[in-house]
Design a protein around this ligand. Sequence first.
Ligand code: IPE
Ligand code: IPE
Ligand code: MG
Length: 247
Amino acid sequence: MLFGKRKREAVIDYENLPQHIGVIMDGNGRWAKKRGLPRSAGHKAGADSLKKIVTACNNMGIKYITVYAFSTENWSRPKEEVDYLMNLLLGYLRDAENTLAGENVVIRTIGSRTELSEEIQQQIIKTEEFTKNNTGIVMNIALNYGAREELTSAMRSLAEDAAAGRITPEQVTPEQISARLYTAGQPDPDLLIRTSGEIRLSNFMLWQLAYSEMYFTDRLWPDFSVKDREAAIIEYQRRNRRFGGVG
Ligand code: IPE
Ligand code: IPE
Ligand code: MG
């Protein structure tokens, strides 16, 4: 029967959405290079791509998204590129007050702030304050973020509490560590997406990704579309998450 032969297109199961998606937005530079454009053009296109994905995830009912925007290792790039990225991020945060905030998005940043310019630090405070009572998706922008820095400062704060007698060694638990990370109080990512064909974590959420499903795609970040994101979620829903059990 002709009807029986038609392959059914996979669709998203809205009862089984990832609560939290992590995204390593990679490939902006290669996207630009392919077009004979400066790397900055790739970053600009990447920022536009991000807005679309956050809106789509929010509309879909996903609760948290964490996006890797600038790593603690990215300072090693040419000064010109670092300056461009910092400016772009500043503009993004400013803009977000008008665009994403209007869409009910809660905007937060994760990462070490002290190395950022005073202007960006002030803008972060302002944007976080402006959006904190929203009830839509929580968007964590990982900015000067590195998982080893995050874990080191968590360990340091535990050591300080131990030295001051506020905590005993027996009281150091996974929950205590989670509570001292930038993502304290948030569920771990269920799904991690990395674009551009690189199969590595590059110091992203090492603790929180312990049991996340990994999705790697060759698509370059500026080309990553709402359709690509749907494909990632469908693939996620095909996975059998056992968490060490027998499923
Ligand atoms: C990701 O794109 C954005 C940042 C790391 C800031 P890249 O700039 O790493 O792009 P590629 O990997 O060089 O193509
Ligand atoms: C990871 O991408 C950091 C961000 C996406 C912000 P990189 O391009 O910096 O990572 P590597 O150098 O390929 O590991
Ligand atoms: Mg890269």
